[in-house]
Ligand binder design. Structure first.
Ligand code: SAM
Length: 129
């Protein structure tokens, strides 16, 4: 999250949030965090541990129940290599990203989510996770 450096108010979706490592980091930067995980127990735990989260929901990464363009940043720590259907999940990530939003990949940065103009930041324009 330090590398992504989202600005306060950034709408963050933490996919497969698990115990909430990225959720906690985004909250620490005053982002508006939504956290989803397919395990009800993990979601309950997240909601209790991080009451500042706007929404903690049980959800499948392959079928995100959010409208198009809902988030500025979609993060997914230790997730992509575990997905059953990464292509579908990536399509969903692209769909829920707002124009100019980003999802971490080793390419370029956006001014919305990164303070400096590093060439190794998150990619923009509805990129893949
Ligand atoms: C490796 S952990 C995620 C770690 C977390 N992202 C972090 O950075 O600390 C994997 C999590 O993904 C959840 N999960 C597994 N398959 C999923 C799916 N298809 N949709 C949503 N969540 C899923 C599991 O319940 C588990 O909490």
């Amino acid at each position: 999250m330090a590398w992504l450096a989202p600005v306060p108010g950034t709408r963050v979706l933490d996919l497969r949030a698990g115990r909430g490592a990225l959720t906690a980091a985004a909250l620490g930067r005053d982002c508006r965090v939504t956290a989803v995980d397919c395990a009800p127990g993990m979601v309950e735990r997240l909601a209790v541990q991080y009451p500042q989260v706007r929404e903690a929901r049980v959800m499948e990464v392959h079928r995100l129940e959010y409208p198009d363009s809902s988030f500025d940043l979609v993060c997914a720590g230790f997730v992509v290599h575990l997905l059953d259907d990464p292509a579908t999940a990536v399509q969903e990530v692209r769909r829920v990203l707002a124009p100019g939003g980003c999802s971490p990949s080793p390419s370029r940065a956006t001014s919305r989510t990164r303070r400096s103009g590093s060439s190794t930041g998150p990619s923009s324009g509805n990129s893949s996770p």
